[in-house]
Design a protein around this ligand. Sequence first.
Ligand code: GLA
Length: 695
Amino acid sequence: MAIFEKNNIFVIETQNLHYVLGVLDNGMLQHIHFGDKCNVDDYEVMPFSEENSTISPLDSLKTEYSTFGSAIFRETAFKATFADGCRDTRLIFDSSENIGNTLYIKLKDQHYPLVIKLKYECFESNDMISKSVIISNEGADDIIIEKMYSAEITMPSKNVYSSVNSNGCWGNEFEMQTTPVNCGELVYESRKGYSGHTNLPCFALSENISEDNGKVYFGLLQYSGNFKVLINRDSNNTTRAFIGINDFDFKYALKCDESFETPTVFCSVADGFTQMSNRINDFSLEYIFPENFRTKPLPVLYNSWESTEFDISIENQTKLAEIASKMGVEYFVMDDGWFGKRNSDRAGLGDWFVNKEKFPNGLKPLIDKVNSLGMQFGIWVEPEMVNADSDLFREHPDWAYHFDNRNGSELRNQLVLNVTRQDVKDYLFNCLDELLSENNIRYVKWDMNRPYSEVGGENLDCPQSVWYYHIMSVYDIVDRLKKKHPDIQFESCASGGGRCDLGAISHFDEVWTSDNTDPVDRLYIQNGYSLFYPRKAMRAWVTNSNDGSRRVALDYRFAVSMQGVLSIGSNLLKYTDEEVETCKKYIELYKRYRNVIQFGDLFRLADLMNNPYCITEYLDKEKKQGIVFICRGTDSLFKNNYAVVKMKGLEKDRNYCIDTGNKKILKSGAYFMNKGIDFKLYGACKSAIWIVTTE
Ligand code: GLA
């Protein structure tokens, strides 16, 4: 049984965990436990009384879903204003309902016709629980919601928790930072309209954690819009995490008989970061990725952006495609520059029609050529954007977000379309549908290159819900296109990894992780990415873009990019025959092991933050096949040549063969894990790939 109730105590049970809440005598909900299982009969609620006049019982209570109202002075999960101006919400338990693996706890306001259902879904074998909140207005007047987090999670201990999140930026996404929360509040958020490059819509809290040990409480929000994660430690030393839609510049007018469901948070408690990451990966493969390609290994693709930028022609794309196909590339993707008057980033966005000067007979001749070379064809689009210098903007200047008496602020020479308008949505859907219906396109890179400003939203009853409706419109267009064109893969890109979150991964099949393709930088980026997000989605290109600043061997570039979904972005026109052969060799190797990399377990044996080497091990679920990537950083030429690789996750009594390229070592799993292999790699930026098989 996954969910059960006794004396108004509700227990959500997964394979190893309990999530427990209970109803107090006064009808309020109390959070009781989230962690390893206990004896169910031992759970009880713990009423709180007034400590002194400055700390109310509500401040101390482990609330399950706190509301602004009554004597509560700390952060709360919910705030609303009723029609008569009352800004005070008081929720009382009404009833509960179990439907399959989902528990609904129904709460009602003491006076107003506001109903809040807390929804918990239990994913038993994954040890994951999802939480969302359904808010309903059962009265005649609007209720204005100003804040509605998806979840509030209270930590069990009074000790100081450390919070892990990213403090990245463009080109340096997923820069992991660990911050102890001693007192006050720590906020991670986005106010840009999309999840962004800086903070992640996730939380991970622990008292003392390593890859293998220590409890980590984590949650991931399935949402790509403005989010807020707030971690607070109060004067009673209670640490709480709040996660959901950002209340910044946000309001939602809940009309008569209307309901609103917040985005979902997927939560769990893991033993160490390795278990956390592998749990997220497995769970995403089972429940998060769009179904069409969920169980299929993703292809090796070539993207022509770094080779030709806007200067594309049938001739240069054909030449690139010919070389890519020789290497074994499966998808050829033509990036920006194929539409409108798009010869630079100053014009064309919005005009999603083939540029007749570059492609006088449409895209078909190029696509046919790519297909005849044995590859599928992919294309770049940036539908949410418009250049002022475009036919679309000249015809519909009001389609861009605006305030009537303000100039629109351009970034990268572009403005953002108000995709919450039905006519804008229809235009974009129809343009893309036509493009995909008329051409044999199998891959769409959906880009989005600037934060939103002057977000007027004059078409909406409540303009401050525009941030929410924008991302819902994006999801809707993508979902409808995917439904109509089920063989097409969609990639989420936003100036690199700016829209890379569990929401995006629920609608797109993969994500572009970063515009920074320098392989050493990428090791840091990929390490941070892999903590929270599934590597099945992580597109990683081999390029030569940073040759001028950091020359690195092609072998090294492959050892880095093979750790995700391998792709090539180099200017192949400059490659020697020998380099083409090298690419071919690695692409072949990747194809043999991509199932292990995309679907197996990951063990981060060493990272560059703390070691001179980055060492990652990927192991299939049967623990029979694996691949190890060893990449040395940019440290001293005379130190750190020696290291030891201690494997993880192997069967200790099984015999394995590790092929290091120079020799094959035959030993037991126990030996490889406990004793390890001594090895040397001379010099900075050297790499090795080891293959693990069973005898
Ligand atoms: C963004 C993307 C790049 C590329 C360019 C094209 O910067 O992140 O990969 O597609 O746009 O303009």
